[in-house]
Design a protein around this ligand. Structure first.
Ligand SMILES: C[S@@+](CC[C@H](N)C(=O)[O-])C[C@H]1O[C@@H](n2cnc3c(N)ncnc32)[C@H](O)[C@@H]1O
Length: 453
């Protein structure tokens, strides 16, 4: 029996189909989920369950695989791919979802096995899941852990060893565990109010009227946080009118650190999809010129769409590799360099990043980041400002890039945020800002303001 999406009437079958899409086509989780959900008519509750299962299983993949390795006769990698995912679905519900009775987790997984042409393996699924329940009920942790600290934390929190290693080196064990725990929770959504079109109070009132859970964020003048279910963002009050933009508060902090002024020439060297470009335009009251540069055409289109929705006119788009733009030499008052990075600060939003990035991709990224910084620095007028930012928690892409740049460019220095500004609360003694998610309750971010003599 082949199952097409629109015949899917239950959350677990759809979750399996989406996981299959991720496995076979290497599709990003959010894209596969979006595609799967669009083509079905599940109730809001079932859509919620499907989302939780898909995101949770991708996040917890290493822990779940280890359980299969320990409870089954064959390792997780030796199982047929669909069977491995069905076992993930069952084990995830048993281990992480309190609202699903264990018998339902087992029965629905056995059903899935039969519905997906794996009937002869239904006994394997039943056996592994029941063994998990038996061990759990007898107060034995079903997951057996190695002594090696890196591997142990990697298995408990479901991270690859290399990420655990760099965090242990940078932050020590206690903070590493807190960060890992944070990144296994579902994210909240922050929105940035477009003060040229609306006010914090108006947007807050409209969203509360639409039954959303809305909170203000201390210090941030134009930010609201949405917790709980929001439904489709595009249908919320004020979105179409351009009153607000979804942007995590740590990403908002970057443009506050840049502190752009009306009338200035500003270059956003890696601008797409325009979250920070549009924030900069709002901060300068749309008076000035912002060059939004990026080498990815499809992502550049999003800047145009976002600027139109937000009614912003000060943004000009430039397609190409920012390492090659010579025409900007000594032209900019300020440059924002929000470089491509490994994204280790956003692992709760993008659950597959932890499995896609590797030490090799990080090494390529850090070369690119250094080259972009060297080039973007040439665009600045004397006394001008450059803000370098990444949404990662990896010193090779953060402090090391800045240290290397400052060592070879003696006419540049770190400019800490002004002590009168609320942004300075986040700065370290060295002047740069590192946002640790469990401490600041925002995405992980690194940002630093540099000034040219
Ligand atoms: C972190 S994202 C930027 C996010 C954006 N600043 C925002 O706030 O919405 C990094 C961007 O750098 C772009 N990029 C990567 N390499 C580039 C290069 N050599 N020149 C220009 N853009 C580049 C990518 O296409 C991607 O859009």
């Amino acid at each position: 029996m082949s199952i097409t999406n629109n015949s899917i009437t239950n959350a677990r079958q759809l979750a399996l189909q989406i996981l299959r899409d991720i496995d076979r086509r290497k599709t990003y989780t959010d894209i596969a989920l979006d595609r799967g959900l669009k083509q079905t008519f599940l109730s809001p509750n079932d859509r919620g369950l499907c989302t939780e299962l898909v995101y949770g299983i991708i996040r917890r993949q290493r822990t779940l695989d280890t359980l299969i390795d320990q409870l089954g006769k064959k390792s997780s990698q030796q199982q047929p791919p669909d069977l491995r995912r069905i076992l993930h679905l069952g084990l995830y519900q048993l281990r992480y979802l309190n609202h699903i009775p264990p018998s339902a987790a087992v029965n629905t997984s056995v059903e899935l096995t039969k519905e997906n042409q794996l009937t002869s393996l239904a006994g394997v699924v039943n056996g592994i899941l029941r063994q998990y329940i038996r061990l759990n009920n007898s107060q034995n942790e079903p997951l057996i852990l190695p002594n090696n600290l890196v591997e142990k934390l990697g298995i408990i929190y479901s991270f690859p060893d290399w990420i655990i290693k760099i965090w242990l080196q940078q932050f020590g064990q206690e903070t590493t565990e807190k960060i890992c725990h944070w990144f296994n929770q579902p994210p909240s959504i922050d929105i940035r109010i477009n003060s040229l079109q609306s006010t914090l109070e108006t947007v807050e009132t409209k969203l509360i009227e639409a039954n959303l859970n809305v909170t203000r964020l201390l210090d941030f003048p134009n930010t609201l946080r949405l917790t709980g279910k929001t439904g489709a963002i595009q249908t919320l009050p004020g979105f179409k009118e351009g009153w607000w933009t979804v942007q995590d508060s740590s990403a908002q902090l970057v443009s506050y650190l840049l502190d752009p002024q009306p009338g200035e020439i500003i270059i956003d060297a890696c601008a797409a999809p325009g979250g920070k470009t549009t924030h900069i335009a709002e901060l300068i009251q749309d008076k000035g010129l912002i060059w939004a540069c990026d080498r990815t055409v499809s992502r550049l289109k999003k800047i145009t769409e976002n600027a139109q929705r937000l009614h912003l006119e000060s943004i000009k788009i430039l397609e190409g590799d920012s390492r090659n733009f010579e025409q900007f030499r000594n032209r900019a008052d300020r440059v924002l360099l929000d470089v491509p990075c490994s994204g280790l600060g956003t692992l709760h939003r993008h659950p597959d990043i932890r499995w896609r990035q590797t030490p090799e991709t990080v090494s390529e990224l850090s070369t690119l980041q250094g080259e972009l910084l060297e080039q973007a620095a040439t665009w600045i007028k004397p006394q001008g400002i450059l803000v370098y930012g990444t949404c990662t928690l990896n010193s090779l892409e953060n402090e090391s890039i800045i240290e290397r740049f400052l060592n070879s460019n003696s006419h540049w220095k770190i400019e800490p945020p002004s002590p009168n500004s609320w942004v300075s609360e986040f700065a370290s003694p060295s002047g740069w800002i590192q946002i640790l998610p469990h401490q600041h309750h925002m995405d992980g971010f690194f940002m630093v303001k540099l000034k040219k003599d």
